[in-house]
Design a protein around this ligand. Structure first.
Ligand code: PMP
Length: 434
């Protein structure tokens, strides 16, 4: 065993050597040092603002549905570890990946038949894009190589996903000339219950008419645009997109990396519109937040289209593709979710969030409070002071990570009512302080 290091020594090494998400080097903010996590609680190595434990309002970037250190997921990992943690997927296969793929086909909308297991959400989006571009290449239409999306989205940090992130939030100006130039529609009109705006529908139709000849696929996050601004839109727009894609020979990709596995109240958000995409990306909660794994699922039409091409293979194969450990935990996590009345749990969280966040609406500087499924959002009328807001949350015993003009929570589904009330109190305190 290496010599134990004190929290101060670890933090000094962290500051000197470790790059953190979306941060400068060295980091500006001192991170909190987490020692362990169990249930919905993160245990810190040192006390912060009077707390050694924080209730996690973020579910580790929306992935830890069942909380931490879950006995069922631990057992699945242990059992798989005793067999093999990894073998290459080229030329070999194994039960955890086969079972997981079959299970994903079973639980996702009818028509999605084939599964590419990727090692992160961004990579699954890269694979989805590659599938769509190659589909049209194989069909003898190489001009269809651009993507279309609507503003306000977020699809990951690698190159193709970045090109379809919101141009402002995605810092396109920094990368102009380097990123592929995609076709952007205006952001979908806000409001889950707002219905379909005919003027916006016409705007979309106009873009399809002008650009379909050069566009391979339309890619969007269905119902909730997450990291691009936590905005909700009417599921009706998904039906509009399906119709326009069919009319104009454009493939439809839904990125359910954030919304999948029940977060919006249905297992997949696109179920709310009764629409099957041609390609579906899932990730994050796929492994219950234990290990990194994502997937791109496609229809037989897409797979057969690629197979008919001059180059009939999908040239993609990450080293850790189909990782058995991640696949075993993912299978256990999906079974754990579907083996319980998860709809009632998400509804319980939805009403707890609605009630608990209502007081935020009366705070100065708050523009809107909105909830959907297990998502609670307080939008300010100004850029949040992230340091002041995070500190206020920690003082209230909760871990939150506000960004842009947003203080929000996506808690684990196992959060009980008392902890949920605590999270809501912390969101309100963070909104007030930020
Ligand atoms: N798509 C969406 C909708 C996401 O929310 C994210 C992650 N926040 C990604 C893609 C990228 O996933 P990853 O961070 O696993 O690469």
């Amino acid at each position: 065993m290496p010599e134990p290091l004190t929290p101060a020594e670890l933090l000094a090494l962290d500051r000197r050597h470790v790059w953190h998400p979306y941060g400068p080097m060295p980091g500006r903010q001192r991170p909190l040092l987490v020692e362990s996590a169990s249930g919905v609680r993160l245990r810190l190595a040192e006390e912060a603002y009077g707390h050694r434990e924080l209730v996690d309002g973020m579910a580790s970037w929306w992935s830890a549905l069942h909380g931490y250190n879950h006995p069922v997921l631990n057992e699945a990992a242990r059992e798989q570890l005793g067999r093999m943690s990894h073998v290459m997927f080229g030329g070999l296969t194994h039960e955890p990946a086969v079972r997981l793929a079959a299970r994903l086909v079973e639980i996702t909308p009818e028509g999605l038949e084939h599964v590419f297991l990727a090692d992160s959400g961004s990579v699954s989006v890269e694979v989805a894009v590659k599938m769509c571009l190659q589909y049209w290449l194989s069909a003898g239409r190489p001009a269809k190589h651009r993507l279309m999306t609507w503003r306000g989205g977020y699809h990951g940090d690698t190159w193709q996903p970045m090109s379809v992130c919101d141009p402002d939030g995605g810092m396109h100006s920094l990368w102009s000339g380097a990123l592929p130039r995609q076709v952007f529609a205006d952001a979908p009109p806000a409001g889950y219950d707002a219905g379909v705006d005919p003027a916006y529908e016409a705007h979309l139709a106009g873009l399809f008419e002008r650009h379909a000849h050069e566009v391979a696929a339309m890619i969007v996050e269905p119902v909730v645009q997450n990291a691009g601004g936590m905005r909700f839109h009417s599921p009706g727009y998904l039906r509009v997109l399906r119709r326009l894609c069919d009319e104009h020979q454009v493939l439809l990709v839904f990125d359910e990396i954030a919304t999948g596995f029940g977060r919006t109240g249905t297992l997949f958000a696109c179920e709310q519109a009764g629409v099957t995409p041609d390609v579906l990306c899932v990730g994050k909660a796929l492994t219950g937040g234990y290990l990194t794994m994502a997937a791109a699922l496609c229809t037989s039409r897409v797979a057969e289209g690629i197979s008919r091409g001059e180059v009939p293979v999908l040239a993609h194969g990450p080293t850790f593709m189909g990782n058995p450990l991640a696949a075993a935990v993912a299978g256990a996590s999906v079974d754990l979710l579907l083996g319980q009345d998860w709809q009632s749990e998400v509804k319980r969280i939805e009403s707890g969030l609605r009630e608990g966040l209502a007081p935020a609406a009366g705070l100065p500087g708050v523009r809107e409070v909105r909830t959907l499924g297990a998502i609670g959002v307080v939008q300010l009328d100004h850029e949040v002071d992230t340091v002041a807001a995070s500190e206020a949350a920690v003082r209230a015993g909760v871990w939150l990570r506000p960004f842009r003009d947003l203080v929000y929570t996506m808690p684990p589904y196992v959060t009980n009512d008392a902890d949920l009330a605590r999270i809501c109190g912390a969101v309100c305190a963070a909104a007030a302080a930020g």
